[in-house]
Design a protein around this ligand. Structure first.
Ligand code: ATP
Length: 355
């Protein structure tokens, strides 16, 4: 078990800074996701923690010990790669036991540890099979077996489900989280898939251009995005952004705009008079007579249990989630209400959340 602390970590490749002054702590036993688009620095961060890449500056602490300059093999961390290079000519048992054999562990102990790992992953019946004939799910389990058999202090995983089809990914995210709940080992999981991160993580760090934009629980990241980038990256369909001109004052719970007021969560930064963005999730748009906003239906996407209604408004396009039985026609004019406590307010210039 391990607490992992990263202090002012930076990585440059020549002039290009891939990871910028990253500071965060992963609690012992936490499932921590590094989430962000391609090229934002997730893998580089993970490789530095694993010891596969040296930081340009900054430190990494494993249970309080500075391991920044230690080689990967000395860190007692298991790295699970995306492409599982199982040895095709070996049995499942030999594949899982391989890391222990390389460490020079005795046969009896290897047998016992492999049996334990197989039990945890519910694959004891496969131990004597060859890996070449296994389904992709069972191959994933064997690869995980090879990681957990070492009983490392922490697991690092880089898009381990990247090669799987969507349906099977869904099954494996559930299994990975269940495995984590059984082993309770600190896990860092890299993904660009927000749904995967939301489903599994205790904490998510959303990265953008080498920087952590927000580090929080999945719920807070969804409900209280710290920036336009985070708000846009999380949620499907993503949060709507409506542009307004108005007066934004610290401490207020409404903003004055032309023709009225909009209720918002308490504002923590004054902008004075200027441009701001109102963020509203599709499920928080209400179809209500006398609502503050007018929309004209532009498109309807029927999803079975709900439908996504795209509307034009004077402040931008708005997508709303509506009940499946709500009958709408293209060109219809609607009155819309927005739940004040569910809104997010952003400074248009900086992109930062201000309420
Ligand atoms: P992906 O999901 O595509 O792997 P990522 O968020 O994991 O993206 P990184 O692999 O960490 O991103 O890469 C961050 C940036 O650093 C990218 O622009 C990448 O091209 C660059 N980079 C990574 N490794 C090297 C390297 N060895 N030399 C030069 N540039 C690199």
């Amino acid at each position: 078990m391990a607490e992992i602390k990263v202090d002012n970590l930076q990585k440059a490749f020549g002039d290009f800074v891939a990871v910028k002054n990253s500071t965060f702590t992963i609690q012992d036993g936490e499932f921590f996701c590094l989430l962000g688009p391609s090229g934002c620095g997730k893998t580089t961060t993970l490789r530095m923690i694993a010891g596969l890449e040296l930081p340009t500056s900054g430190c990494i602490f494993l249970d309080g010990e500075d391991v920044s300059l230690k080689r990967a093999a000395q860190r007692d961390i298991a790295f699970v790669f995306q492409l599982f290079a199982l040895y095709p000519h070996m049995s499942v048992r030999q594949n899982i036991g391989f890391p222990l054999k390389s460490q020079g562990m005795g046969r009896a102990e290897i047998r016992e540890r492999v049996a334990q790992a197989a039990q945890i992953l519910q694959i004891p019946h496969l131990l004597n099979r060859s890996v070449s004939g296994l389904s992709s799910g069972d191959r994933q389990r064997v690869a995980l077996g090879r990681a957990i058999v070492r009983q490392p202090k922490a697991f690092l995983m880089d898009e381990p489900l990247g090669a799987l089809d969507t349906e099977f990914r869904h099954v494996m995210t559930g299994e990975l989280r269940a495995l984590h709940d059984r082993l309770k080992s600190t896990t860092i999981y890299v993904t660009h898939d927000q749904l995967e991160a939301m489903a599994m993580a205790d904490k998510i760090a959303v990265m953008n251009g080498g920087l952590i934009e927000q580090l929080d629980t999945p719920r807070n990241i969804y409900d209280k995005p710290a920036s336009l980038f985070v708000a846009d990256f999380i949620g499907s369909p993503p949060m709507n952004f409506l542009s307004f001109h108005g007066n934004v004052e610290k401490g207020a719970e409404k903003v004055r705009v032309e023709g009225g007021e909009i209720g918002v969560p308490r504002i923590h930064e004054s902008l004075g008079e200027g441009e701001f963005i109102l963020g509203v999730r599709p499920e928080h748009v209400q179809f209500a007579d006398g609502g503050a906003l007018r929309g004209v239906v532009f498109g309807v996407e029927y999803l079975g249990t709900t439908q996504i209604v795209t509307m034009t408004t004077p402040h931008g396009t708005l997508r709303a989630r509506a009940p499946a039985d709500f009958i709408l026609s293209i060109g219809e004019r609607l009155s819309l209400a927005l739940k004040p406590e569910k809104l997010s307010l952003f400074d248009k210039a900086s992109g930062r959340a201000i309420s």
